[in-house]
Design a protein around this ligand. Structure first.
Ligand code: ADP
Ligand code: MG
Ligand code: MG
Length: 246
């Protein structure tokens, strides 16, 4: 697959239209920032992409073909991994067990036995320079390390789309630097990364494209190189829009 597109996505909760015709298109080998103020609809959009919420309208396409996502398993099968702000890791289990959770039982895919899983887990955490044993309990790892384990898990499941929901909200500056190095590497390897944030400096550091939402509405998409910080802020808060994007 080369590109993922969400078009005209609508989602209503009782009393609130969380998404009202939202578009997002992300290509392999790029980082696409999804921005918007608190409540703009960013998390709702990715929960639709990951099969957690059912959409009320719109379509999802991979390479121009419509796909159905009715469950997290559908999303995973299409090669999409979402890393939430609240991690989906199991603290009592080891890093290896977390990275390959469920794979052992199913016995499907390229990785089937414990030895192979440990080897692959070692490779992955080695790549991330974590300097911890793959047998360490996830509950004993720092938030930054858990972030890396989540990414390793996404890579371990052969995903080509990785969504990160505000990944730097609870990590140290040093961990952030490492995360950005890893994102850069993933991008060069052809991953498509959706990067949710409301930190402007990060967008200019890491993203190639940007999409802005406001109150559940799609406001704009652009290459990051063609927008200024001022333009992004104005589109997020909705002032002087006609002056900025005419
Ligand atoms: P963001 O991630 O951009 O901060 P959200 O997607 O979390 O925004 O929320 C968008 C809107 O949808 C908000 O008005 C929020 O209160 C509402 N919302 C999100 N999830 C639910 C839910 N499960 N039930 C009802 N309303 C929700
Ligand atoms: Mg929020
Ligand atoms: Mg959110």
């Amino acid at each position: 697959a080369k590109e993922l597109e969400l078009r005209g996505i609508v989602k209503e909760f009782p009393g609130v239209k969380a998404l009202d015709g939202v578009n997002l298109k992300v290509k392999r080998g790029t980082v696409h920032a999804l921005m918007g103020e608190n409540g703009a609809g960013k998390s709702t959009l990715i929960k639709i992409l990951s099969g957690v919420y059912k959409k009320d309208g719109g379509e999802i396409y991979i390479d121009g073909k419509p796909v159905s996502i009715h469950s997290p398993m559908d999303s995973q099968k299409l090669g999409i991994s979402v890393i939430y702000q609240e991690f989906a890791l199991v603290p009592e289990l080891s890093i290896t067990q977390n990275i390959f959770l469920g794979k052992e039982m199913k016995g499907t895919g390229p990785i089937v036995n414990r030895k192979d899983m440990e080897k692959k887990a070692r490779e992955l955490i080695g790549r991330f320079n974590l300097n911890i044993s793959e047998n360490k309990k996830v509950g004993d790892c720092t938030v930054g390390q858990q972030q890396m384990i989540e990414i390793a898990k996404a890579i371990g499941s052969n995903s080509w789309v990785i969504v990160m929901d505000e990944p730097t909200s609870a990590i140290t500056e040093a961990e952030k630097e490492k995360l950005f190095e890893i994102i850069q590497e993933l991008k060069e390897q052809g991953m498509a990364i959706i990067y949710i944030s409301h930190r402007m400096s990060e967008i200019f550091e890491i993203a190639d494209e940007i999409t802005v939402l406001r109150d559940g509405k799609y406001v704009m998409s652009s290459p990051v190189s063609e927008v200024t910080e001022d333009m992004i802020i104005k589109s997020m808060v909705g002032r002087e829009l006609s002056d900025v994007f005419s």
